[in-house]
Write a protein that binds this ligand. Structure first.
Ligand SMILES: NC(=O)C1=CN([C@@H]2O[C@H](COP(=O)(O)OP(=O)(O)OC[C@H]3O[C@@H](n4cnc5c(N)ncnc54)[C@H](O)[C@@H]3O)[C@@H](O)[C@H]2O)C=CC1
Ligand SMILES: O=C(O)C1=N[C@H](C(=O)O)C[C@H](O)C1
Length: 267
């Protein structure tokens, strides 16, 4: 079996370091290069937190990297502005891409879906790779048919750049596929302090907490008459995401066009 040749963007990041270990441990994966914001010309093994055995060049520019190495899949675990740029570049070169980076708007998704189709190239954007989080979203979508008054509380570490989280947005979007738009709370409610009621997506309130000590956590709370249902998921460390990253890399080899959400490739 041929190994899947991977370019990893963001190798020094919290997710990037876990992904390097996962790639090293997966026999049918091969890291052919990494793209970092600096360290052009070094080897991956020279980067802090990287496995000592990883012999692959580091580039500080995705375009240069794609020109220089032969790769099957780009995996991006960077930051919102960079992730979008990398996906666009990879698609323009016809290279399959797995994006874990969050912060994509609906307009970004529409534009990139069209580009993936135009280039007949596979791409997966997965706002959450943890299997438990995918199940949380699936159960929340189902519960919303019966308990349509919903608020989401997502809690993350305080280094996170985007709010609300990609997972919270995806959860709300999945719920809106089966729930009519509705306004929640008292019709005359008013915020005495701006933001007190959180963000709103088609009537669903989303609250973002950022604190040191947290990793990635979400509660979807459903209120009914005389009862409250809470569906909760916690990633207590970033190894929770790695089976999903592995599955996405394997799956993107066999798809055409852009898939948004790991639930679409899990069976
Ligand atoms: N889909 C999922 O399951 C998960 C997604 N994430 C997302 O993944 C992204 C990364 O998260 P973390 O690792 O926690 O962040 P981090 O801040 O620890 O790592 C980001 C890395 O990207 C690098 N970077 C910045 N600009 C770059 C460029 N131009 N080229 C290459 N690398 C560049 C930074 O140097 C840093 O090492 C975030 O968007 C986060 O929301 C995080 C956890 C799980
Ligand atoms: O930044 C993070 O850490 C995470 N980001 C993703 C998101 O925005 O949902 C996935 C997970 O929650 C961790």
């Amino acid at each position: 079996m041929n190994k899947i040749k991977i370019i990893l963007a963001g190798p020094r990041g919290k997710m990037g370091q876990e992904a390097l270990k996962m790639i090293e441990e997966t026999q049918h994966f091969e890291l052919v290069a990494a793209v970092d914001s600096k360290n052009d010309g070094l080897q991956v093994k020279d980067l802090s937190g990287a496995p000592e055995s990883m012999e692959a060049p580091v580039y500080d520019d995705m375009e240069n990297c794609i020109q220089a190495v032969e790769a099957d899949v780009v995996v991006d675990l960077t930051r919102p502005d960079i992730g979008k740029k990398h996906l666009e570049l990879a698609l323009n070169h016809g290279i399959r891409t797995v994006i874990g980076t969050t912060g994509f708007s609906n307009d970004d998704l529409k534009r990139l879906t069209a580009l993936a189709e135009e280039k007949s190239t596979g791409a997966i954007i997965a706002p959450n790779f943890a299997i438990g989080a995918i199940l949380m979203m699936k159960f929340a979508k189902e519960a919303s048919k019966y308990l349509p008054d919903i608020e989401i509380i997502e809690k993350h570490h305080d280094q996170k750049l985007d709010a609300p989280s990609g997972t919270a947005l995806k959860t709300a979007q999945l719920i809106t596929e089966v729930r009519e738009e509705k306004s929640q709370g008292h019709p005359d409610e008013k915020e005495d302090l701006e933001g007190a009621r959180g963000a709103e997506l088609e009537g669903i309130r989303i609250h973002s907490v950022r604190l040191p000590g947290l990793v990635a956590h979400q509660e979807v709370i459903f209120g009914g008459v005389g009862q409250v249902l809470t569906i909760r998921h916690d990633s207590i460390n970033r190894t929770s995401f790695m089976p999903g990253v592995r599955l996405a890399v394997e799956s993107v080899m066999n798809i055409e066009g852009l898939v948004y959400g790991l639930e679409n490739i899990m069976e």
